[in-house]
Design a protein around this ligand. Structure first.
Ligand code: FE
Ligand code: FE
Ligand code: FE
Length: 169
């Protein structure tokens, strides 16, 4: 395979590729969250999933603004990592009958997704700054803050009840 057949040639291309990866990931997350919200037995967890569904829709819009600002193609490219976490979550959910244990499983799966997103958006903010795209960096930082807040909220839900209820089953 010659060097000219590779699609990511520059650091800027890598930035755009990572944006497109997250564009795919957010859409996969928006598709997965309603099922998780529906299956959540704990009202606060159901609410957290529903809230983050709306936030994720806004995050998709933010990525579209970044594509437009950057003049890059608004196109999803498969994120194998998020597909993998979602597949794993589906499989796990299908193996659990107890609703409280299922809540603990979905909560931990959601945190795996948030941690992936925190990692990728952190990278995107750093890449944007390095490339001199301060406008893009600021938009991506809004999403990064939302993902971190969601992760903290999920930790709170786990520590304040869901894990101990699951342990008491
Ligand atoms: Fe997100
Ligand atoms: Fe990815
Ligand atoms: Fe998220």
């Amino acid at each position: 395979m010659g060097v000219f057949s590779k699609s990511i040639k520059t650091f800027d291309d890598l930035f755009v590729h990572t944006l497109q990866d997250m564009y795919y990931a957010e859409q996969a997350i928006v598709a997965a969250l309603p099922k998780m919200a529906k299956k959540a037995a704990t009202p606060a967890l159901r609410q957290a999933f529903a809230t983050h569904l709306r936030e994720s829709e806004t995050q998709i819009t933010r990525l579209e603004r970044v594509f437009a600002l950057h003049g890059a193609e608004t196109k999803p490219v498969t994120c194998q990592a998020v597909d993998g976490i979602i597949d794993e979550t589906d499989h796990l959910m299908s193996e659990i009958e107890d609703p409280v244990v299922l809540d603990a499983a979905m909560l931990s799966a959601a945190q795996a997704i948030e941690h992936y997103e925190i990692c990728r958006y952190g990278t995107l903010v750093a890449f944007a700054r390095r490339l001199g795209y301060e406008d893009c960096a600021r938009i991506l930082e809004e999403t990064l803050a939302e993902e971190k807040a969601t992760d903290r909220k999920l930790t709170d839900l786990a520590e304040r009840g869901i894990n101990s209820r699951a342990a008491a089953e």
